[in-house]
Design a protein around this ligand. Structure first.
Ligand SMILES: *[C@@H]1O[C@H](CO)[C@@H](O)[C@H](O)[C@H]1NC(C)=O
Ligand SMILES: *[C@@H]1O[C@H](CO)[C@@H](O)[C@H](O)[C@H]1NC(C)=O
Length: 148
């Protein structure tokens, strides 16, 4: 296949998944949530709660988001460290984690993804200070995971 088509395909996939993560079609906004986050609940049969937290003052993953939480998107936030506790309230339910434009993110603790049996995707994009990802970070049994 010529590279042009591969690139187009990749862009299409990215757009589809961006739409999936950000879209609010067929869902209703959950009132309250966190001051830096918006959360949505699916209105059709599939149970799906997703939250997007996009704020430059956000310093850690909020621990008071609605549960069970399935899709979490964090972007343009001031988070420096992700520790084992960062996703603690959502470990059993999270299927998709997207971390984008986290210019301060420098450290991800080993074991952070332990016991997240439902995880399908982890996207980490544009984290210029994240220099070292420990080789054992992903050395964990995640039966469903596909790393993008
Ligand atoms: C989402 O919707 C389902 C059914 O429509 C409901 O049972 C559930 O409590 C809602 N979750 C939240 C966090 O609002
Ligand atoms: C992030 O982790 C580093 C190294 O473990 C530590 O020095 C720093 O204080 C932490 N920052 C925050 C905001 O917790």
């Amino acid at each position: 296949m010529p590279p042009k088509y591969i690139v187009t395909g990749v862009i299409a996939l990215v757009l589809i998944s961006a739409d999936y993560l950000c879209g609010s079609v067929g869902s209703v906004e959950i009132p309250m949530a966190h001051k830096f986050c918006k959360c949505f609940n699916n209105t059709n049969d599939i149970e799906l709660v997703k939250c997007q937290c996009v704020h430059s003052e956000l310093e850690k993953i909020p621990n008071d988001l609605p549960t069970p939480l399935h899709v979490l998107m964090i972007a343009k936030a001031a988070i420096e460290n992700l520790t084992k506790d960062s996703f603690k309230n959502y470990k059993k339910s999270l299927t998709d984690i997207s971390l984008r434009d986290l210019k301060n993110l420098a450290y991800i603790e080993n074991g952070i993804f332990d016991e997240m049996d439902q995880l399908l995707t982890i996207v980490i994009r544009t984290a210029p200070n994240l220099k070292v990802i420990s080789p054992t970070l992903f050395n964990v049994y995640l039966p469903k995971l596909k790393i993008l």
